[in-house]
Ligand binder design. Structure first.
Ligand code: ADP
Length: 626
């Protein structure tokens, strides 16, 4: 199982020595060269985890669990013993865990309790090129903690290794005080890049890429010699739809030509996205049986986080689902957007791991030139900073504007985060963290959801809100199949779940689903968002999709943009219920923070909250179940 041909093996001695000698080190190498799985093990075997553990962060939950499992298998130990992982709501580690894989969010939370990370001998920040928000914040914190204090001030001998594909290496090295960079020479084969010209700039905002991807995949399967196919799509729903269509089309081709086409039969279609269980994911790594071609239909996770061997053909939709902050509505919006040119190259590279390959780009040159930026904008410059600013404040980083960011976010985004934190009383008018803020930061939830949980506890209805908060903090619980017949069946089932609780409240529907789990829409509608003036539409997945005439005020959880701006997970409310909250929602400008008094209500809420000692545990249980 331990691949003797992995490029990293030749650099083993050099790597271990470099980590021993230097407090900071950058390791680069092609995706799949063995960085995530091998380096922690090399350091462990060299004795670097004798007294304190080696912590390895990953931006993605799925990759964290999958890589930990792989390393445990390679080292012949049970997961959770010497090798373990920790992700939100799932801690698979023990006293003996010497190599601890975890999400970057988990490490950030550990810094809150132990700023010097004293239980670690080495911290490895993996997938640095992904530039996730949490990893970027960790860069700044580690730089602040370990580089700005010179010996003998430095209170730790901890080692920090930053691992990255070969992007932006000079910039990273400069950021970490011009630290050494060790490059692992890769092995890759040429990949022919084919522009299929099926999508043009006019297709931005449409979902045509799903059906086009299905057609090209079948073409490849019918016409190309052996080799697995990796299809890049955008999210769970699109992937499930494409997989359904692939099954159906494969059957239809068989039927239409009235031939027993073994090639069509021999396609093993496997979806891959973030919320799949580890067992389901394992299947994508298993080689297909002889004579069968594997076709993995995946989100961007297969671009850098996970490497699937045997892929010779990539089908690149040209799109990715990305969280972007929309200043007009003051919210993070999950949008399907064109990928960057560097991302397209990374995707294509997945076809050249074991032999020469081909990347079929659904788009044409016009799309490439006009719609695709050169590089992906790092998350810190495009998403809400509320949660991380609260974390920084709790770590006594008061000046959040001059914090050492690798790429500083726009100042107005920082001010917006401060405003939101003030609105939910997490900071006071001087920008200092309140007791409530210190509570909020302990929840593994966005501050607005944590606030709702605490409010619910003070009103004695946390049993109702906890499952809802848990379900809102994971991916969509509804699946919309690709097959129109199955789609109808699914819609009926979803409607049934909603009508059981009155049929006009998506939050209640979620609660109903949770309760049921435990025991075992047509015309467009719109509402106007107050202040900001944007028209948003209620998403077709909502039970309120067809009931616009009944609505005056609504509460919604999230926003998604396809052809229009849609709000999802909606319930109607009465003005009287929310009017007392509204002044606070309207009034504050971050510049005015110092002139506005803080409400006193939170002390009482905190006290009530403190009586609910087991609430967090309940939340964890609820999320696990959901
Ligand atoms: P890098 O971090 O440089 O991208 P990895 O260490 O993730 O490389 O991968 C090295 C090799 O291990 C690859 O060939 C990959 O296919 C294999 N691998 C990684 N994770 C798994 C897994 N969960 N199951 C099977 N193989 C895996």
């Amino acid at each position: 199982m331990d691949d003797p041909a992995l490029p990293i093996r030749r650099s083993r001695r050099e790597l271990v020595e470099a980590v021993r000698e230097q407090p900071f080190l950058i390791v680069t190498g092609e995706t799949g060269s063995g960085k995530s799985t091998q380096l922690p093990r090399y350091l462990f075997e060299a004795g670097l985890a004798k007294h304190r553990a080696i912590g390895v962060t990953q931006p993605r939950r799925v990759a964290t669990m999958s890589v930990a499992q792989r390393v445990a298998d390679e080292m012949g130990c049970a997961l959770g013993t010497v090798v373990g992982y920790q992700v939100r709501f799932d801690d698979c580690t023990s006293e003996d865990t010497a190599i601890r894989y975890m999400t970057d969010g988990c490490l950030l939370r550990q810094i809150l309790a132990d700023p010097l990370l004293s239980k670690y001998s080495t911290i490895i920040l993996d997938e640095a090129h992904e530039r996730s928000l949490n990893t970027d914040i960790l860069f700044g914190l580690l730089k602040k903690l370990f580089l700005q204090k010179k010996p003998p001030d430095r209170k730790t001998d901890m080692k920090v290794v930053v691992m990255s594909a070969t992007l932006e290496v000079d910039k990273l090295s400069e950021f970490f005080g011009h630290c050494s960079v060790l490059h692992i020479p890769g092995r890759s084969y040429p990949v022919k890049e084919i522009f299929c010209n099926l999508l043009s700039p006019r297709d931005v905002g449409s979902s045509a890429y799903v059906t086009e991807a299905v057609k090209v995949t079948l073409d490849v399967h019918l016409n190309e010699p052996e080799g697995d196919i990796l299809v890049f799509l955008t999210g769970q729903m699109e992937i499930e739809r494409a997989c359904d269509l692939l099954f159906k089309k494969a059957e239809a081709i068989d039927y239409r030509y009235e031939v027993h086409d073994r090639a069509v039969e021999g396609l093993l279609i496997l979806p891959l996205y973030g919320s799949m269980s580890t067992d389901q994911q394992k299947r994508i790594f298993l080689p297909a049986p002889a004579g069968i071609r594997k076709c993995v239909v995946s989100t961007n996770i297969a671009a850098t986080s996970l490497t699937i061997e045997g892929v010779r053909y990539v089908v690149d939709s040209g799109f990715v689902k990305q969280l972007n902050h929309n200043p007009r509505v003051g919210l993070d919006i999950l949008e399907v957007v064109p990928i960057s040119k560097s991302e397209a190259k990374q995707r294509a590279g997945r076809a050249g791991r074991t032999s020469s390959g081909k990347s079929y780009r659904l788009y044409g040159r016009e799309f490439w030139e006009q719609c695709m930026p050169t590089h992906t904008v790092p998350e810190i410059r495009r998403t809400s900073l509320t949660a991380v600013i609260l974390t920084l404040k709790c770590l006594s980083v008061h000046d959040v504007i001059r914090f050492p960011y690798l790429d500083p976010p726009e100042e107005r985004h920082i001010l917006e985060a401060l405003k939101e934190l003030y609105q939910c009383s997490a900071i006071d008018r001087r920008g200092h963290v309140t007791r409530l803020g210190e509570f909020l930061v302990q929840f593994p939830l966005p501050p607005n959801l944590s606030c709702a949980v605490i409010k619910a506890a003070s009103l004695g209805c946390e049993d109702l809100l906890l499952p809802i908060a848990a379900m809102l903090s994971v991916e969509n619980v509804f699946i919309r199949p690709g097959d129109p017949q199955k789609q109808k069946e699914a819609e009926l089932q979803h409607q049934e779940l909603s009508s059981q609780v009155g049929g006009c409240n998506d939050f209640a529907t979620l609660l109903n689903i949770f309760e049921q789990c435990k025991a075992r829409s047509a015309a467009k509608t719109f509402c106007t968002m107050d202040g900001h003036g944007s028209i948003v539409y209620i998403h077709p997945s909502s039970t309120l999709y067809n009931q616009e005439s009944l609505l005056e005020w609504i509460i919604f959880h999230d926003v998604t943009v396809t052809s229009k701006i849609y709000v999802r997970t909606v319930c109607p409310v009465r003005y009287e219920w929310v009017k007392d909250l509204l002044p606070r929602l309207h009034q504050i400008d971050a510049h005015e923070l110092s002139s506005v008094a803080r409400e006193e209500v939170t002390e009482e809420e905190i006290t009530k909250w403190q009586h609910k000692e087991d609430l967090k545990r309940q939340l964890e249980g609820a999320t696990d179940n959901s």
